[in-house]
Design a protein around this ligand. Structure first.
Ligand code: SDX
Length: 428
């Protein structure tokens, strides 16, 4: 009899259970056989916030938190950031392989063809007040756009999925740019399919409709690298939401709007906005030691630091620091960079952060760059969303084509009141 991978002994009954691991993991459903009496449902695992639970198998992204490594479909983030461009990485993440030249050309022209919004969506965008947060505009408009493409609900049709992947990849930057233009009370600038994905976004953001606009190549490259760095990151909070909504076979627009809502939170993608507000509040690098003491006292968190998976330096933060140098050569230095560098220097020497293995994450330096590009702080998370759209759509497709996936419906441990009788109002 070959030895099974695991034997669990239930000391309450003295029974032993032999279990096999799958890819090194215990299948939680196998715990159900552990019971005290036969009429029980059986044992569950308990893991609030999924700190140690794999909700899926995935072939898209691998993060090694201990070593600080990140790969997409086997290619390192360092190589992709240096040698690739965002739409090529989006194709890799969404379809599994680096495209041939002709495949990439077809994909790029399809994205260019689909980047114009329905006129009604533009009209709805204008209805938002100038002080509406761009993430709220984005979430609303993505969900609204789904009503113009009812066929998108046929999520089991590969052709329909492909159409929606191209349409969302193409229109997310347009919605982002128009959210900014509405906030700045500027006329919308139509997408220009002759330009690269990132150059087109820059011109939609910053072009004066009455004058030609010249895209600065260094800034186009920097923003493209930032999109690559944000493209996907395993089962992060917003991707988990994308998958959860997709599991009920809802349309990808509602799923992506939900993912955007999760990203908006300051503990997730909203951190890049919170970092810049934190740096502005610190105001001068001489104030950093006092600020760090307040963080250690638990008054607030050091935004842009820490990560659920990385217990080493986030490789994306390292690359973003290099991108920042390139951007500041064009835009001039950012006064916030010195404060950020001093915060990092002090934190990485302080036992509070070292003992908790807290390092700068992807959000620590990205906001400084977005600000140097000329964007208001409210736009930073929306730029994160543009990059992450490729990952959300890749994970959406992977879930829908995974035979092991069904509608997401976690269990719970009930800690509420035992059954009791209703008390009439005049007796309470
Ligand atoms: C992103 O998951 C992903 O992959 C996300 C992301 C992606 O690409 O999708 O990488 C993008 O969201 C990056 C994270 C951006 N968020 C921030 O920068 C916000 C600040 N960071 C944290 O709040 C925190 O580090 C999280 C949310 C990122 C991770 O939280 P965890 O894993 O739940 O850790 P925790 O809250 O349980 O903290 C563990 C300990 C606690 O101290 P003790 O209770 O043990 O004394 O570390 C402390 C925390 O107080 N801690 C911090 C801290 N982060 C954790 N203390 C000060 N400052 C911080 N930033």
């Amino acid at each position: 009899m070959t030895k099974r991978d695991l034997t669990i002994t239930d000391n309450r009954t003295g029974k032993s259970y032999d279990l096999d691991l799958e890819l090194g993991a215990l299948k939680a459903v196998d715990l159900r056989q552990i019971k005290i009496s036969e009429d029980e449902q059986g044992m569950m695992s308990y893991d609030p916030s999924f700190v140690n639970t794999a909700a899926t198998k995935s072939a898209i992204t691998m993060v090694d938190g201990e070593a600080g490594l990140l790969c997409h479909r086997g290619y390192s983030i360092e190589e992709l950031a240096e040698k690739s461009k965002y739409l090529e990485v989006a194709y890799l993440i969404m379809f599994g392989e680096l495209p041939t030249r002709s495949e990439l050309e077809v994909f790029e022209s399809e994205i260019g063809r689909c980047s114009v919004l329905p006129q009604e969506v533009e009209t709805m965008l204008r209805a938002f007040p100038a002080d509406a947060h761009p993430m709220g505009v984005f979430i609303s408009m993505i969900a609204a756009m789904g009503t113009f493409f009812p066929e998108a609900r046929n999520v089991d049709d590969p052709e329909v999925r492909m159409q929606q992947v191209c349409h969302l990849t193409a229109t997310v930057p347009t919605i982002a740019a128009y959210a900014y233009r509405n906030m700045a009370d500027l006329p919308f600038v139509r997408p220009d399919s002759e330009l690269s994905y990132t150059a087109n976004l820059l011109q939609m953001l910053f072009k004066d409709p009455d004058r030609p606009y010249k895209v600065e190549p260094a800034l186009e490259k920097a923003l493209d690298v930032l999109f690559i760095l944000h493209a996907d990151h395993e089962q992060n909070c917003s991707t988990n939401v994308m998958r959860g909504i997709a599991s009920s076979k809802s349309d990808p627009y509602g799923a992506l709007a939900g993912a955007g809502a999760a990203l908006y939170g300051p503990l997730h993608g909203g951190a890049n906005e919170a970092v810049v507000r934190m740096l502005e509040k610190i105001e001068d690098k001489r104030n950093v030691p006092a600020y760090v003491e307040r963080v250690k006292a638990g008054e607030f968190r050091l935004m842009g630091f820490g990560h659920r998976v990385y217990k080493n330096y986030d490789p994306r933060a390292r690359i973003i620091k290099q991108v920042a140098d390139e951007v500041f050569k064009v835009t001039g230095p950012s006064p916030l960079l010195d404060i950020a560098l001093e915060l990092e220097r002090i934190a990485l020497e302080d036992d509070y952060f070292v003992s908790r293995r807290l390092y700068p994450n992807v959000d620590f330096y990205s906001g400084i760059i977005y600000q140097a590009l000329g964007l208001p702080v409210e736009m930073f998370t929306l730029l994160f969303a543009i990059g992450r759209t490729a990952g959300w759509l890749a994970q959406w497709q992977e879930l829908l084509t995974d035979p092991e996936q069904r509608i997401a419906r976690p269990r719970q441990i009930y800690t509420g009141s035992p059954p009791r009788d209703y008390i009439p109002l005049d007796k309470r």
